[in-house]
Design a protein around this ligand. Structure first.
Ligand code: ADP
Ligand code: MG
Ligand code: ZN
Length: 481
């Protein structure tokens, strides 16, 4: 990116998939529920209601922290962040400001084959706010509030400004999502708001050493949009710097429809949150033993799994990292290898046919796949026994992917099999010879080339799926007798 170097830091909110909310016993599974059906005096901020900390949420936060190499603290505490907005009925959000549960973590990325460490400043637990819904135009506008999301547990992870390109920002988020899904603390689904990211970017002019102000971009609900919004901001800031203009420090929003960002508010207008310790909730104290227990209960993480796949199955680093990026995909791979005994072949089919079909058909959840390890085994067997060619096998796979039918059934239904059945070929040939006795005569009188005509007839009858060598052999057999 030339002499203008982007400096990027992210603040990520991850919705924890606990059974209940952070401080009450309302269900935390609120996506797609009718408005205001998961609420109680605690999460709607009624006077006198007392919050009680959800231990499961704390455990999930600790898991996430260890999975991201954080130092986890035995003592942390909740604070009140005060501001007024209709989606926040208490008038403050409960978060951890002065004593976060974890500090000093890092994640390692693969950027174009190179390892890159992104330092993580802090991880803390906080509650989500409600959701505003605006309807109508300015003359007859109505606003509604849905408090279902109020009090849903989140963790916030803040990176150091170590990220050096929009692409790195996307890779970072993909890695983070992969981890939270591996450890089962969140769906990590950006479209559903279970993973939300605010991106901060400034630009350094490496020649003069001058640095632009920092801009924060909000409202991005996909990895692609984070990357695009940052690319947009980068060129906007660089242009301003080239023209000697000042870039104000502000918060901007990504407008997907227009593929651009717009100013939302300047940093100066940002409220003073008057943080103070939350008086109604005791500090979070976790014993060393408990922390150690949680740390040891972590499953194999993406990086470890990738390394094991390279060692155990001899996969190239790239294949291993693609297949282990999703835990369910990695599990499917291992189950398939177990019954096919072919790690490399299985990986090839995963990397090309499977991922391509998932992409094409918009299936991103491995859990919803109709293909099974047994299907892969059957397909490999069909190829090995010469019953279908590799290309036909790919066609069979597409059908298996869409219908969940077994490969041999698809082959049968579509009549895809290579015809090596000599009796069937003989039948077709005899028929053709009966129709055209002249050609037979020509062959007998030495016109060898006529055999091409008969091969053509068999091909026509089998839809091109006969083996010409076999046809030739059968034809000569008939002539001799
Ligand atoms: P604030 O207190 O204003 O929110 P922080 O220091 O907490 O600022 O940083 C918030 C986020 O901004 C972090 O993710 C951090 O990495 C990022 N950040 C800090 N300085 C810069 C910078 N100069 N350019 C880009 N991002 C930055
Ligand atoms: Mg901040
Ligand atoms: Zn509640």
């Amino acid at each position: 990116m030339g002499k203008y170097k982007p400096v990027i830091g992210l603040e990520i909110h991850v919705q924890l998939s606990t059974r209940t909310k952070l401080f009450c016993s309302c269900s935390a599974d609120v996506f797609n529920s009718a408005p205001n059906t998961h609420i109680c005096p605690v999460c709607t901020g009624q006077p006198g209601a007392l919050p009680v900390t959800n231990e499961e949420a704390i455990e999930y936060a600790v898991k996430a922290a260890y999975a991201m190499n954080f130092k986890v603290h035995e003592y942390s505490r909740f604070d009140r962040k005060n501001y007024f907005y209709p989606d926040l009925p208490k008038g403050y959000q409960i978060t951890q400001y002065f004593h976060p549960i974890a500090t000093n973590g890092y994640l390692e990325l693969d950027v174009d084959g190179k390892k890159k460490k992104v330092r993580l400043r802090r991880l803390h637990v906080e509650e989500d706010a409600g959701k505003m819904i605006h309807e109508g135009d300015s003359m007859s506008a109505k606003s509604f509030v849905d408090y279902n999301r109020s009090g849903v547990p989140l963790i916030e992870i803040v990176t150091e400004p170590d990220i050096e390109s929009p692409k790195e920002a996307r890779l970072f988020l993909e890695k983070l999502r992969s981890i939270v899904r591996y450890i089962g603390i969140s769906s990590g689904d950006m479209e559903k708001g279970a993973l939300r990211c605010d991106a901060n970017i400034s630009v350094v002019d490496e020649e003069s050493g001058r640095s632009s102000n920092r801009v924060e971009v909000k409202n991005m609900n996909s990895f692609k949009f984070v990357e695009r919004a940052l690319e947009y901001e980068y060129s906007r800031i660089v242009n301003a710097m080239k023209n000697g203009e000042n870039v104000p420090q502000e918060t901007r929003g990504w407008i997907t429809r227009d593929k651009r960002t717009i100013s939302m508010r300047s940093k100066e207008e940002e409220s003073d949150y008057r943080y103070f310790p939350e008086p109604d909730i005791p500090p979070v104290v976790i014993s060393k033993e408990k922390l150690e227990y949680i740390r040891r209960s972590l499953p194999e993480l993406p990086d470890e799994k990738k390394k094991r796949f390279m060692d155990e199955y001899g996969l190239p680093e790239y294949d291993a990292s693609v297949i282990t990026s999703d835990k369910d995909l990695a599990d499917l791979y291992e189950m398939t290898v177990k019954i096919t005994g072919k790690p490399k072949e299985t990986s090839n089919w995963f990397m090309t046919e499977l991922l391509r079909m998932m992409n094409e058909k918009g299936v991103d959840d491995v859990e919803n796949l109709k293909v099974t390890p047994q299907h892969f085994k059957e397909i490999f067997d069909l190829i090995d026994s010469g019953r279908v060619t590799k290309n036909m096998a790919k066609e069979v796979f597409r059908e298996v992917f869409e219908t969940g039918k077994s490969p041999s059934e698809v082959v049968r239904n579509k009549g895809l099999e290579v015809v090596t059945d000599e009796a069937r070929i003989k039948e077709i040939l005899l028929e053709a010879m009966k129709r055209n006795p002249k050609a037979v005569e020509q062959y007998r009188s030495g016109k060898q080339g006529v055999i091409g005509y008969f091969i053509g007839q068999v091909m026509k009858a089998t839809g091109g799926k006969a083996d010409p060598k076999v046809v030739q052999k059968v034809f000569q057999g008939i002539i001799k007798n």
